[in-house]
Design a protein around this ligand. Structure first.
Ligand SMILES: *[C@@H]1O[C@H](CO)[C@@H](O)[C@H](O)[C@H]1NC(C)=O
Ligand SMILES: *[C@@H]1O[C@H](CO)[C@@H](O)[C@H](O)[C@H]1NC(C)=O
Ligand SMILES: *[C@@H]1O[C@H](CO)[C@@H](O)[C@H](O)[C@H]1NC(C)=O
Ligand SMILES: *[C@@H]1O[C@H](CO)[C@@H](O)[C@H](O)[C@H]1NC(C)=O
Ligand SMILES: *[C@@H]1O[C@H](CO)[C@@H](O)[C@H](O)[C@H]1NC(C)=O
Ligand SMILES: *[C@@H]1O[C@H](CO)[C@@H](O)[C@H](O)[C@H]1NC(C)=O
Ligand SMILES: *[C@@H]1O[C@H](CO)[C@@H](O)[C@H](O)[C@H]1NC(C)=O
Ligand SMILES: *[C@@H]1O[C@H](CO)[C@@H](O)[C@H](O)[C@H]1NC(C)=O
Length: 332
């Protein structure tokens, strides 16, 4: 009887306590030729600051994840942060020392973590969304060319989107905004269609949650993985609030800002379900983006501000995660 009561107690109280100090890793990427023309003398990689602000304003801290590093480093990152964002951009998928190679390594580590029972969320935005799809197909490049640039569109939800993790908590009001207003901005050379997923043999891996349609092309605009907490969208919610390039059609209505906040809260809340931490407080401080400053780049890039990174990390040590307890809690 007593055991039964204890069992009932655990059934009722089994919800894990959420992590209210989430830290999200954001992958950097190699400079485009255009950015390198202006900033290539001192830097080799960057993150658009809008991604950082998007996550910070939803209650997370951010750690920049460097490209072209050792496996030990990526392992350290995946064991220390509470989730990963692979942002959009213009990096090639075939370079051996850049975004795609680092993304692949992180994707495999994230899969492994989840298989070990650790909830480790990964979000891909635009090019990052495409990379997730390609990596899920063992690097078969399933994308089709569509070139939809600078176009804000609504989402057309798939019939069972309400049963998804990404949208189950969306209010009717939010769904209506996303469905009827041009609140998702598109900048992509490639699309992923139902046919592309089928051709890559990954239709069963991705639950397609919405489509968007433009100039006769209907493409997947958001999806989530059927097995892992992996998410992707083809559009850029972060630009609604944080990118103001005058020649871009980034939507800035009050509802567009609510949409940005919806997606930011979604991924940060996913990271709250993860309990990873850095080995100690100093390591955490060293890794955080607070130790980097932004450059004002509005005149020669599509971004208001960018975080740039040099080739070598002067300030980050990599600890072998096997050498410390994953359950340490240095806040107590
Ligand atoms: C994190 O760890 C604490 C202490 O062990 C535990 O109470 C909590 O449920 C864990 N939370 C998650 C999200 O795993
Ligand atoms: C990657 O690192 C190698 C050597 O460490 C260097 O030669 C190469 O230029 C680096 N590539 C990038 C994109 O930083
Ligand atoms: C990557 O692909 C592009 C375009 O398909 C090609 O121009 C480039 O040479 C390739 N780079 C490498 C390193 O294979
Ligand atoms: C949404 O998709 C459905 C099914 O594909 C289609 O019948 C409908 O016309 C689409 N709605 C809009 C607004 O594009
Ligand atoms: C949304 O944008 C599309 C493409 O530019 C346009 O055809 C459509 O009229 C717009 N819809 C609304 C509600 O503004
Ligand atoms: C998909 O599966 C089919 C049938 O097994 C196979 O012929 C094809 O090569 C696979 N495609 C990819 C991209 O793996
Ligand atoms: C629409 O698609 C056609 C080809 O399918 C292309 O020639 C045209 O430039 C596209 N228009 C826009 C506005 O993207
Ligand atoms: C910030 O980075 C510098 C080197 O760039 C390093 O010396 C310093 O210790 C770092 N600050 C913290 C709090 O880790």
């Amino acid at each position: 009887m007593k055991q039964f009561v204890v069992f009932l107690y655990f059934l009722i109280h089994c919800e894990a306590v959420l992590n209210d100090r989430p830290i999200i890793g954001v992958l950097s990427q190699e400079l485009t030729d255009m950015i390198a023309d202006n900033y290539g003398d001192n830097y080799v990689s960057y993150i658009a600051a809008s991604y950082i602000k998007h996550l910070e304003s939803a209650g997370a801290r951010v750690v920049p994840v460097w490209i072209n590093q050792t496996s030990e480093y990526y392992e350290y990152i995946v064991n220390s942060v509470n989730g990963l964002v692979i942002p959009g951009g213009a990096a090639p998928f075939n370079a051996s020392d850049g975004y795609a190679t680092a993304g692949k390594e992180l994707y495999n580590l994230a899969k492994q973590k989840n298989e070990e029972g650790v909830n480790f969320p990964v979000l891909g935005v635009c090019l990052g969304f495409e990379l997730l799809a390609v990596l899920s197909a063992d690097e078969y490049d399933l994308r089709s060319i569509c070139d939809i640039q600078n176009v804000a569109l609504p989402l057309n939800f798939s019939s069972d989107y309400k049963s998804s993790r990404m949208y189950k908590d969306a209010s009717d009001e939010m769904v209506k905004i996303m469905q009827t207003e041009n609140v998702t901005i598109n900048f992509h050379h490639w699309c992923i269609t139902d046919n592309d997923l089928a051709e890559g043999n990954v239709s069963d891996q991705w639950h397609v949650l919405s489509y968007s349609e433009y100039n006769g092309t209907k493409f997947v605009s958001s999806f989530e993985h059927t097995e892992y907490p992996f998410y992707g969208y083809q559009f850029h919610p972060e630009k609604n609030t944080f990118e103001w390039k005058i020649t871009n059609n980034n939507p800035h209505t009050a509802n567009a800002v609510l949409v940005e906040q919806y997606y930011g809260s979604f991924i940060v809340n996913e990271a709250r379900k993860n309990n990873n931490s850095f080995p100690n407080f100093n390591q955490e401080m060293e890794a955080l983006i607070y130790n980097y400053s932004t450059s004002y780049t509005t005149h020669n890039t599509p971004f208001e501000q960018i975080y740039f990174f040099p080739r070598t990390r002067s300030n980050l040590q990599v600890y072998n995660y096997h050498n410390y307890h994953s359950s340490n809690n240095y806040y107590n």
